[in-house]
Design a protein around this ligand. Structure first.
Ligand code: NI
Length: 260
């Protein structure tokens, strides 16, 4: 059985501080506990560089680089920031531009600046022909508007929280839908409904570790090896075995990230 955690933040401060052996010990622990591959996700220029360092050190780890809507606060000059980002994206183990997108959860964020960063990073993805990883929190309508403006750009909707109807449109447009810990929560109607209509060849699994722990680990730190819990839930929704879902989502991950 092959498990691919398509989205984790192994360099997160919580892991560095709380896990014995820090980020490197943490990654080794995941690989010893059933995870075959991990994409370590960047959210700003600094941790995108750290992700590249990790993928150079571990054969099993790949990197994504991008500016997350929370982290736009670190940057005033979008063009200069994206020039540095473009350089990072040329690394051979950087498999996606992300995570990028919109987050309307916190009212004190600059939504216009979020949109500017999102659109400029979509333009960059189009020019470089690289898949993107979308972070969409409480911003489904505006995210979809941007997606529709860039039909050439596809990739992953990460930790999917939209409706089944929105998933259907994304699938028609060539996108992959990635499910995380919350799909295992009893009251998580929307991700379960979206998963039910999602064709098998477009489903991915992820943890978003150290965030979003699945049942029964709620309230604890999340780990890439817990991705098996999300795979189990999807297997039960789809009426397949855990092993089938693990192997299908593994194949899908290598396709979306263009890993040979
Ligand atoms: Ni994330």
């Amino acid at each position: 059985m092959k498990l691919f955690d398509t989205h984790a933040h192994c360099d997160d401060m919580r892991i560095q501080n709380e896990f014995e052996g820090g980020t490197r010990g943490y990654i080794r622990h995941q690989l010893e506990n059933g995870v075959v591959n991990i994409v370590n996700i960047g959210t700003n220029l600094d941790n995108s560089k750290v992700s590249i360092g990790l993928c150079e050190e571990f054969d099993e780890v790949y990197a994504s680089c991008g500016i997350h809507p929370y982290d736009i606060r670190f940057y005033d000059d979008i063009d200069a920031t994206l020039l540095s980002l473009e350089e990072l994206l040329s690394h051979k183990k950087v498999v996606a531009l992300g995570e990028i997108g919109l987050d309307y959860h916190y009212e004190d964020s600059d939504y216009k600046k979020q949109m500017d960063f999102f659109i400029k990073q979509m333009e960059l993805a189009k020019r470089l022909d690289i898949p993107v990883i979308i972070h969409d929190r409480d911003a489904h309508g505006d995210c979809m508007d941007v997606i529709r403006r860039f039909p050439e750009v596809t990739g992953i909707f990460h930790s999917y929280s939209g409706s089944a109807e929105m998933a259907r449109e994304l699938i028609e447009r060539g996108w992959y839908i990635s499910f995380s810990g919350p799909i295992t929560y009893k009251n998580a109607k929307k991700p379960k409904e979206a998963c039910a209509i999602c064709p098998l060849d477009r489903i991915l699994i992820e943890t978003d570790a150290p965030y979003l722990p699945p049942t029964p680990y709620r309230g604890q730190m999340n780990h890439p090896c817990y991705v098996i819990k999300t795979a189990e839930e999807i297997a039960s929704i789809k009426g397949l075995t855990l092993e089938e879902i693990a192997n299908i989502t593994y194949e899908n991950a290598t396709k979306v990230y263009r890993i040979k």
